[in-house]
Design a protein around this ligand. Structure first.
Ligand SMILES: *Cc1c(COP(=O)(O)O)cnc(C)c1O
Length: 459
């Protein structure tokens, strides 16, 4: 017990110091990988040492090489921070060390997973009968939904992929928007489906119904998966689901939605119109570690047809103590896994319905503040329609835009990603941290303005 206490005390001290440093600390790392390795010592210690000494060394020497992704001034990728209830519940989850795959093994985790699942379906407006699986992230949630869809469309054409595999079976055609997230391609590759066929999108990156109609008609009948998107990482916009879902279903296709962060629009009465009709799909992927602000790693896969999910992901084995009912292990690719639902449940419980709504609305309001203020900087142009949490900005040419991105990162006040959208360089501002305040937005905007002013003589 003493071993635990001393090591955990050290972890607690360094956690407090880290969290306290976030409001002031420069966002980018303050040490290189090589510097951190040197500080930690590069040789494997020849013999044991007290656990607290190891934790102390990591806390002391590791902090300088961390990127303050959890800070309110981090707007890179779509990262999210950690809500206090989520972080603390995640600690408990680690201490409790529950392998959460089987219902009867851990009634507390099962209770929490069941509660969190039904609250999520309610908040996101998805069919109440759906099964919810807790994955490592949206990539694996996409994978799970797509494998389930693949097996189901093959089953409908008389092919049992679970027994016979894919070789020799009927082809499966996959239609995706030109601006789907890269993780969809990765998931399709893992699923043995190869490269998808792309469907044209509009200026906000949303799939065009006329283009999907054409693609469905051109391919003729057969097994088809259609992958739609809630939340384009550049524009924040979502596909027009009612039209797309109905034409895909008329064709007998399975519709999967990648809604890693954008699906959360559904939780807010003010923003739900963005994902109108999204409940009409067959499977959905989203993240809890982005908009909901639980720590890494936690994604969610939702499948309307629980039996189809279990047919694709289900595990049986004489040594597993289980009945026929759909178990947590039957809904995700992993067998052993940590108690991910603890932090999801804790965040939902602590925020409550109005807290989730307020969180989504606040992230969107910060994005609108960024867009309004950035548009006032001479030479800057917001190039997307800012409907959700994403803002893309150009500063004249590609070269100048990249220089502004570099100067912003150099300054250290804030962290924003440079990207290329529709062939043009942009500064991408992605708001996804619950902790971001108006002051964070103000300080980060000032940093962007400074970066632009410093470059004013560059063409
Ligand atoms: C982040 C993201 C993913 C991948 O999610 P991970 O949790 O990183 O695996 C997929 N799609 C979209 C739109 C995303 O933003």
């Amino acid at each position: 017990m003493e071993d635990f206490a001393a090591a955990l005390d050290a972890a607690r001290r360094h956690t407090d110091a880290w969290l306290a440093s976030l409001p002031e600390r420069p966002v980018p790392p303050q040490a290189t990988t090589e510097q951190v390795m040197a500080a930690l010592g590069t040789t494997l210690p020849p013999s044991p040492r007290p656990p607290e000494d190891t934790v102390e060394l990591l806390g002391q020497e590791g902090a300088r090489g961390l990127n303050a992704m959890a800070a309110g001034r981090f707007f890179g990728f779509v990262i999210g921070g950690s809500h206090p209830a989520a972080l603390a519940a995640d600690w408990l989850s680690t201490a409790w060390d529950q392998n959460s795959g089987l219902r009867d093994l851990t009634p507390t985790h099962t209770a929490v997973e069941d509660l969190a699942s039904s609250w999520l379906l309610e908040l996101l407006g998805l069919p109440a009968e759906s099964a919810v699986g807790f994955t490592t992230g949206a990539t694996m949630a996409n994978f799970t939904g797509l494998v389930t869809g693949r097996d189901e469309v093959l089953r409908r054409s008389g092919w049992d992929a679970a027994r016979r595999g894919l070789a020799g079976g009927p082809p499966v055609r996959v239609l995706v928007g030109e601006e789907r997230h890269v993780s969809v391609d990765v998931a399709l590759r893992y699923a043995g489906l190869g490269e998808p066929q792309t469907v044209a999108v509009d200026v906000q990156g949303l799939m065009r119904p006329d283009a999907l109609a054409q693609a469905l008609a051109d391919g003729g009948p057969g097994s088809t998966l259609v992958v739609l998107q809630a939340g384009n990482i550049h524009s924040g916009g979502s596909d027009p689901f009612p039209a797309l879902c109905s034409m895909a279903h008329d064709h007998g296709a399975w519709v999967h939605v990648d809604g890693a962060f954008g699906l959360w629009a559904a939780a807010s009465p003010t923003h739900a119109h963005l994902v109108d009709g999204v409940h009409g799909a067959d499977s959905w992927a989203t993240d809890a570690h982005k908009t909901l602000n639980v720590p890494y790693d936690c994604g969610l896969v939702v499948v309307r047809d629980e039996a189809a999910l279990q047919a694709s992901m289900g595990v049986t084995g004489a040594y597993l103590i289980r009945d026929e009912s759909c178990q947590p292990v039957d809904k995700v690719p992993e067998l052993s896994r940590r108690g991910r639902a603890f932090s999801v449940w804790a965040t939902l419980h602590s925020l409550g319905r109005s807290g989730v709504v307020e969180l989504v609305d606040r992230l969107c309001a910060h994005a609108r503040s960024f867009a309004a203020a950035v548009a006032d900087i001479p030479g800057a142009e917001v190039v997307n329609e800012v409907v959700f949490t994403q803002v893309c900005v150009r500063f004249g040419s590609d070269a100048r835009t990249r220089q502004v991105v570099a100067a912003v990162l150099e300054d250290g006040t804030t962290w924003m990603s440079g990207s290329t959208w529709q062939g043009r360089a942009v500064l991408r501002i992605s708001v996804s941290n619950w902790a971001t305040s108006q002051e964070d937005v103000r300080l980060s905007l000032a940093a962007v303005r400074r970066a632009v002013e410093e470059l004013d003589d560059v063409p």
